[in-house]
Design a protein around this ligand. Structure first.
Ligand code: ADP
Length: 164
């Protein structure tokens, strides 16, 4: 049987412990996970695609079946090109549901062969998202355990030492 590949798409600006939690769960279910950065020209990210790929590679070193990539355009077209059978998304709370539900149904309409699979992170990550991390770091708050040591260091470099 061929490899069962799943795509985990997102902005990952930056990759957090919540993203890692979802990646680890997905890596147990599928043969191969591609954590893929959606390059969105409308959003101005804090970190470049190259930096974000470096964060993902650093945080997932212990997972031999995980690699990272980036794409632009339609997710289902990218997934098809990569011969993926699934799209992984994380569901933290009911608030994620409506948007995720809409997107999953649209993607299914576009390509019925690719199934969206929702995974729930550990409860301790339900409040965590990349924009909160950026905001806390900007004002000098401690982001340890919310992101990898490498991301924490790069956030400090970006924002300098503004605490106090
Ligand atoms: P987007 O900007 O597309 O929401 P993100 O990088 O923020 O991209 O998230 C990518 C995916 O990871 C989404 O499915 C999102 O629900 C999920 N996710 C984000 N943060 C967490 C978290 N703390 N726990 C679980 N899933 C998460």
């Amino acid at each position: 049987m061929s490899e069962r590949i799943a795509i985990y798409p997102g902005t990952f600006d930056p990759f957090t412990s919540g993203h890692l939690d979802i990646t680890e769960r997905a890596a147990k279910v599928f043969d191969k996970i591609l954590v893929t950065i959606a390059r969105n020209t409308k959003k101005e990210p804090l970190f470049s695609v190259e930096e974000r790929i470096m964060f993902i590679e650093d945080a997932t070193q212990h997972l031999s079946n995980v690699s990272s990539d980036s794409f632009e355009g339609l997710l289902v077209s990218y997934a098809q090109k990569k011969k993926a059978v699934a799209i992984i998304r994380g569901l933290r709370a009911v608030s994620d549901f409506e948007f995720e539900f809409q997107m999953a149904l649209m993607n299914r309409r576009l390509n019925n062969e690719i199934t969206t699979v929702f995974l729930m992170p550990h409860e301790k990550y339900t409040y965590l998202n990349s924009s909160i991390v950026r905001e806390v770091a900007e004002f000098g708050g401690n982001v340890e355990k919310l992101v990898s040591p490498l991301v924490a260091e790069k956030l400090r470099e970006k924002f300098g030492n503004r605490s106090g």
